[in-house]
Design a protein around this ligand. Structure first.
Ligand SMILES: NC(=O)c1ccc[n+]([C@@H]2O[C@H](COP(=O)([O-])OP(=O)(O)OC[C@H]3O[C@@H](n4cnc5c(N)ncnc54)[C@H](OP(=O)(O)O)[C@@H]3O)[C@@H](O)[C@H]2O)c1
Length: 274
C-alpha cells in the first residue's frame, strides 16, 4: 500500500514530488502540501489538485511520510512548526542539501529520519536519488521513504558520509550535462549549423548517448572506444579534449561541489539548491 505523504515547501522540488507521486498512482486524498506564501498555496492546489495549506502542522497530521522540501536555511523554523504534531510512526524524508541526520535527530528525538539527495530530472520521472536512514529509521520506514523517492526515478541507499559526493555527482550532475549542451550548441553554430538544427542535433545526441549508456552492459569507456577509430574524427576530438584538460576540469568541478556541500552541511544555513 502506498504511504500517505505531506510535502513541506511547495517550491520547484515540492511541486516535482507532488506531480510525480500523482503520476505514480498516489491519490490527491493521500497527499498534502504546505507552503508559507498564500499565492503559492493557491497556485500549487490549482496545478496538482492536492490540498495545500499555510499550516505545516495541519499538512503533517495523519501522514506517514513527511517530505522536507524547503531550503536548508529554512529547515530549523519548519521543524519548530511541526515538532508538536509529529509522532514516532511518521517518517521525515529530507531532501535539503547538506542538512545532516544528526541535526534532525537533535531537534526531533525518536522520529525516524531519512536524508536524501534527488536531482531535477525527477520532474520527468528520470531522477536519481541517494538516501540514508537515521537511528530510528527501521526497515518499514526506509521502505516507505524509498517508495516516495522512487516515484520520480531511480534510488540507491548509501551511507551518509557519501552524500556530499552524491550531491557533487548526481545532484549537481544535470548542470554538467546542460553546460556541455550549451558548449556543443555554440560550437555547432560556429561550424555553420543554423541554431534550430544545432539544438536539435545536440539535444537528441545527449539523450541518445545517455539512454545508450544507461541501457547498455558496456562501460562508458567501452562505448567511447567503439566510436573511436584510429586516425578518425572522434579520435581527433578526444585528443583535443584531453589536451585541454577535460578530465581534470571535471574532477575539479566535482571536488569543488563536494567541498561546497560539506561547507553547507557545517553551517546548515546555506541557500544552495545542491
Ligand atoms: N532544486 C534542485 O535541483 C534540488 C536538488 C536536490 C535537492 N534540493 C533541495 O530541495 C530543497 C528545496 O529546493 P527548491 O529548489 O524546491 O527550493 P524553493 O523553490 O525555494 O522551494 C522551497 C519552498 O518552501 C517554502 N518554505 C520555506 N519555508 C517554509 C516553511 N516554514 N513552511 C512552508 N513552506 C516554506 C518557500 O517559500 P519562499 O518562496 O517564501 O521562500 C518555497 O516556496 C532544498 O533544500 C534543496 O537543497 C534541490
Amino acid at each position: 500500500m502506498k504511504p500517505t505523504v505531506a510535502i513541506l515547501g511547495a517550491g520547484s522540488m515540492g511541486e516535482t514530488f507532488g506531480l510525480g507521486l500523482l503520476r505514480a498512482g498516489w491519490e490527491t486524498s493521500d497527499l498534502s502540501i504546505a507552503d508559507r506564501r498564500h499565492e503559492r498555496i493557491r497556485e500549487v492546489e490549482f496545478l496538482t489538485g492536492i490540498t495545500a495549506t499555510l499550516d505545516a502542522a495541519q499538512a503533517v497530521a495523519g501522514k506517514r511520510v513527511i517530505v522536507v522540501a524547503v531550503k536548508p536555511k529554512d529547515v530549523p523554523a519548519l521543524l519548530e512548526q511541526i515538532r508538536e504534531t509529529l509522532a514516532a510512526d511518521q517518517v521525515i524524508v529530507s531532501i535539503a542539501a547538506g542538512v545532516t541526520i544528526a541535526s534532525y535527530e537533535k531537534e526531533l528525538p525518536d522520529i525516524p529520519i531519512v536524508r536524501s539527495m534527488p536531482n531535477t530530472p525527477a520532474a520527468i520521472d528520470e531522477g536519481m536519488t541517494a538516501y540514508c536512514g537515521g537511528t530510528h529509521a527501521d526497515t518499514e520506514a526506509i521502505k516507505d521513504a524509498a517508495a516516495v523517492l522512487g516515484a520520480v526515478g531511480d534510488t540507491i541507499e548509501l551511507s551518509e558520509d557519501l552524500l556530499d559526493a552524491v550531491t557533487a555527482v548526481s545532484g549537481t550532475g544535470p548542470a554538467y550535462a546542460f553546460l556541455l549542451a550549451e558548449a556543443m550548441t555554440e560550437a555547432a553554430i560556429r561550424e555553420g549549423l543554423p541554431h534550430y538544427a544545432a539544438e536539435r542535433l545536440v539535444h537528441q545526441t545527449l539523450r541518445g548517448a545517455g539512454m545508450l549508456l544507461a541501457g547498455s552492459d558496456k562501460s562508458a569507456f567501452r562505448l567511447r572506444s567503439d566510436v573511436t577509430s584510429p586516425g578518425g574524427t572522434t579520435a581527433a576530438a578526444m585528443y583535443a579534449l584531453e589536451e585541454g584538460g577535460f578530465r581534470t576540469l571535471i574532477e575539479d568541478a566535482i571536488r569543488a561541489a563536494a567541498r561546497r556541500s560539506r561547507e553547507l552541511g557545517r553551517t546548515a544555513a546555506g541557500d544552495s539548491d545542491g
